[in-house]
Design a binder for this molecule. Structure first.
Ligand code: SF4
Length: 66
């Protein structure tokens, strides 16, 4: 299975991959382990800023409001 190369250090993945929220599962299937991994806004942010975004930023670029 192809996975995002940042999976092991991605705060979003670490924080939300174990949660039962359907939305996060969907994002993980679509981005982290799916066809949109190179469209991930977290990845783009990291490239632009040289640092990871908040763990609560989703692959779409929107924030999860806790
Ligand atoms: S959220 Fe983005 S950077 Fe993080 S593991 Fe998923 S695809 Fe990779």
């Amino acid at each position: 299975m192809v996975e995002c190369e940042l999976l092991s250090k991605c705060g979003f993945f670490k924080k939300y991959s174990s949660e039962k929220q359907a939305a996060c599962k969907g994002f993980i299937a679509l981005y982290c382990k799916g066809p949109n991994m190179n469209k991930c806004k977290r990845k783009a942010y990291r490239k632009e800023n040289g640092a990871a975004p908040s763990d609560d930023m989703m692959p779409t670029g929107s924030m999860i409001l806790n």
